[in-house]
Each structure stands twice: as structure tokens, then as C-alpha cells.
Design a protein around this ligand. Structure first.
Ligand code: PLI
Length: 459
């Protein structure tokens, strides 16, 4: 592979979706209409859509073939059995509860495990995960290593839990107030950063002394496994499936958004080993999602997910995936653009603080940077900074150290030529950085505000 300029695609294109490139005038009009929130742009107004890697993946011919085999029975669908077998085989968990997507699983997990007043430690927050923990009455506590909050730190496993922080929290609040540790692999908000096997083992060892459970957020677990293979001593010659099984052997269950490392457009699940917990989950899934054998998914979608989980555990696919993301990151680094390092698994994150040091965080520099990149190039990205972090229990803005814009790469969708266009768009925004002003809210919803809030420039 060394003789190639970059690792070529391990697939070929069988169907295409034509794209239109809006003019600059159209883009300026569209972002104004969207209240400077890229979530509110019409898809038709976007050329290259790097808003998210969630549900935006291209399924394989094998997955599409699986859709035709959908068993749409209300109960006992054979596709559910396939999904259950895939999760047992790949992840090693005994019980599987399908949900419409990841946050459906987070809702059920939070409701069955958390009691009001509990504390849930995690390796950095994720928006929907924390929202469900808080709605169930818990407080989230970040126990990730300090390196994760430093965009320039090159630590190979910036998703790791700081064992001292976790120990201090257990000492402070007592193990009975900690229903589980939420272990995300990889850590989205830190930049798609992985957790090492050594750290997973150590967290398991520490928590088991106190009878505290470990629940994974498995959303990007295959990418995490590939980073372990590439970076962790002793794992170079191990297969992805073997690594996945070992990772999950250090936990009691997981929530999963199938829309990422399930390589589908919709779906998710909750999985666990404990039968009593499983029974509690099935009692709730019928209220919020559907029968325990479909949980908000069509039979065909469960089949696509079952097949996608296997495809995501293929090393050839994963190596290309991580290389494609790194290609974008490396071109930006070469151009002198400030990005979070090391380059993560699903996205390249731009450091908006360094783009706009003249814009205070309360004037939403990353939100504005995402808008500027869209204006320059028709590329849609996403704010991951103060807007995403929301407000605390006193109604004050949370001020995360990381003020980032995420360029997220959907799986098997864009080519290296597309990524070159993205590089040019970001470069144009960088060159124009001194002329850009901040934003203020025109509308702000109470929960998960980044999805639907609207802004205007401060003149
Ligand atoms: O979007 P859902 O409900 O299928 O999954 C929620 C979710 C849970 N955990 C993590 C780490 C995520 O990244 C996640 C969703 N992420 C989105 C939508 C994203 O754009 O990153």
C-alpha cells in the first residue's frame, strides 16, 4: 500500500446521487435564512455535507440485498434474531434490545439505572447522552484525562479515563451514588479520540472493587478497535473482532447508535449481560420504542444493521476509513490550519479559538466559523463548542475548553477529490479570519439548543 499516494477505496461506486453546487450569493442567502445554524440549512443548499457521520453512510450491496429480506412481522422477526446474533458474536453481550437510534437506548438505560441524585462519570460528555442522564435525575461528571481538553496534545489515547479523577469521585460521593461509568469508544466531543485497552482494563478493575457497572457508548467502537490495533503495543497482529470482544469484556453492556459504526441510516440498540436489567429494559422499550423484537426499527432496517456491524469490523474497510479522515486532517495541517491532534476516527475538528481569537466565546466563534466555511465553499460542518455545551443548572452558559468545528466524514460516501474541495473552503475561511465578527442568539430552545437555535451577526 506504500506505493499509493493515499490508501485507495476498498469499494467501487454502483449508484450515484447528483449534487448541485450553489453559488456564493445563494449560500449567503441560505445561511442567513438558516439563522447562521448549519443544522437549519436545507440539504439541497449543501454541496459536501460534513455535518455528521450519523445516518449519512452509504450501505453496501449486501446490506441493500438484506433490506429485501425484511421480515415485517409485529413480533419475533427473523431479522431481530440476526441482529441479536451479530451483537452476541461481535460484542459478546447476551441480551439485545433494539431502539430507533442511539438516544432511544440512552433513554431506556438512563431510566432503568439512574435514580435522582446519582452521579454518572464519563469520558467527556456527549449531548444526547448527558441530556438523558440529567432528565433521569443524575449529574454528569467528566473524568477524562486532561490531555483530552488540550487540542494540541498528541496523546495517542486522549479518550482515556483519568483513574485518579474516577477514584476521587468515588471517594467523594460514594459508590452507591454511581450507577455506572459511561465509557465512550471513541470520544466524539474530544475529537473522535480512542480509549486504550489498558485503560478499559484498568477502569474495569477499579470499578469492580466497588461493584460499579461499566456501560459502553459503543457508537464508534469499530474505529476505536482499529486505533488500538494501530497504536497499542501487543495489538498489531490481532484481528478487529478479537479486539472488539476484549474491549467489551471490560463492561456490562452498551448503548449503540447503529447510524455510525453500524453503517446504516437509522437504528440502534441497548445490550447487556444482566437478565434482570434486560427485563427492566424490555418493560420500558414497549412504552417508548416498540416490541422488544423491533424497538422502533423495521425488520429490513435490523437486517441492514446486522450486516453493517460485520462490515464495520472488517480491517480493510476500517483502515481506509481512518486514512481518509487523516488525509483531510493532514492537508489542513500542511496549510497551517489549527486542528485538534491527533486526527480522530470520524472527523477533523478545527480549533475556532485560533481562527478567531478576537471573538469572545460568548459570541460563538465556532458557530460563526461553520457558517463561514459554508459561505466559502458550500461545505456543511457543525459547531462543537459553547452552543453544543448548553447551560448549567443555574442557567449559565457552560464554557468548554474546546471551541471546535467538526468536519465529519460519512462512511463510504465522499472521494479524496471532495476532501480537496473541503481543504480549499477551510483555507479560504482561514485567510478571511480577521474580517469575521461574532454572533448573538435570536432564538434559543431550552434543551439540546444547538439543533434549532438561531443567530444573527453582531455588527
Ligand atoms: O444520534 P443517535 O441518537 O443515533 O445517537 C446518539 C449518540 C450517542 N453517542 C455518541 C457518541 C454519538 O455521537 C451520538 C450521536 N451523534 C451524532 C448525531 C453526531 O452527529 O455525532
Amino acid at each position: 500500500m506504500d506505493s499509493y499516494k493515499y490508501r485507495p477505496e476498498p469499494y467501487r461506486i454502483k449508484m450515484v446521487e447528483p449534487l448541485v453546487i450553489p453559488t456564493r450569493a445563494q449560500r449567503e442567502e441560505a445561511i442567513k435564512r438558516a439563522g447562521y445554524n448549519t443544522f437549519l440549512l436545507s440539504s439541497e443548499d449543501v454541496y459536501i455535507d460534513l455535518l455528521t457521520d450519523s445516518g449519512t453512510n452509504a450501505m453496501s450491496d449486501n446490506q441493500w440485498a438484506g433490506l429485501m429480506l425484511g421480515d415485517e412481522a409485529y413480533a419475533g422477526s427473523k431479522n431481530f434474531k440476526h441482529l441479536e446474533e451479530a451483537v452476541r458474536d461481535l460484542y459478546g453481550f447476551k441480551y439485545v434490545v433494539p431502539t430507533h437510534q442511539g438516544r432511544g437506548a440512552e433513554n431506556i438505560l438512563s431510566k432503568i439505572m439512574i435514580k435522582p441524585g446519582d452521579i454518572v462519570p464519563g469520558n467527556m460528555y456527549f449531548t444526547t447522552t448527558r441530556a438523558h442522564q440529567e432528565l433521569a435525575g443524575a449529574t454528569f461528571r467528566d473524568v477524562i484525562v486532561d490531555e483530552a481538553h488540550d487540542p494540541d496534545n498528541e496523546h495517542p489515547f486522549k479518550g482515556n479515563v483519568d483513574l485518579n479523577k474516577l477514584q476521587a469521585l468515588i471517594d467523594e460521593v460514594g459508590p452507591e451514588r454511581i450507577p455506572y461509568v459511561c465509557m465512550a469508544v471513541t470520544v466524539n466531543m474530544a475529537g473522535g479520540q480512542p480509549v486504550s485497552m489498558e485503560n478499559l482494563r484498568a477502569v474495569r478493575e477499579l470499578t469492580s472493587r466497588y461493584g460499579i457497572k461499566v456501560m459502553f457508548d459503543a457508537t464508534r467502537c469499530a474505529e476505536n478497535a482499529c486505533f488500538i490495533k494501530h497504536r497499542e503495543p501487543g495489538y498489531k497482529d490481532k484481528g478487529i473482532r478479537e479486539i472488539l470482544r476484549e474491549m467489551f469484556s471490560y463492561g456490562d453492556g452498551c448503548t449503540m447508535s447503529g447510524k455510525k459504526d453500524g453503517i446504516v441510516n437509522i437504528g440502534g440498540f441497548l445490550a447487556m449481560n444482566d437478565h434482570e436489567l434486560y427485563q427492566k429494559a424490555t418493560a420500558l422499550v414497549v412504552v417508548y420504542e416498540g416490541m422488544p423484537s423491533y424497538g422502533g426499527m423495521a425488520g429490513r432496517d435490523m437486517e441492514g444493521l446486522a450486516r453493517g456491524l460485520y462490515e464495520a469490523a472488517d480491517y480493510g474497510y476500517l483502515a481506509h476509513r481512518l486514512d481518509q479522515v487523516k488525509y483531510l486532517g493532514d492537508r489542513l495541517i500542511e496549510a497551517g490550519i489549527p486542528v485538534v491532534r491527533p486526527i480522530g476516527g470520524h472527523a477533523v475538528f478545527l480549533n475556532a479559538r485560533k481562527f478567531y481569537p478576537h471573538i469572545p466565546q460568548d459570541q460563538f466563534p465556532a458557530q460563526m466559523l461553520a457558517a463561514q466555511i459554508y459561505i466559502e465553499s458550500g461545505v456543511r460542518s457543525m459547531e462543537r463548542g459553547i452552543v453544543s455545551a448548553g447551560r448549567d443548572e443555574h442557567g449559565n452558559n457552560r464554557h468548554p475548553k474546546l471551541e471546535l468545528v467538526r468536519l465529519t466524514i460519512p462512511r463510504r460516501v465522499y472521494t479524496y477529490a471532495h476532501l480537496d474541495v473541503v481543504v480549499d473552503g477551510v483555507k479560504a475561511a482561514w485567510e478571511n479570519r480577521n474580517n469575521v465578527k461574532g454572533l448573538r442568539f435570536v432564538y434559543e430552545p431550552p434543551v439540546l439548543r444547538f439543533f434549532t437555535s438561531r443567530f444573527e451577526p453582531i455588527e
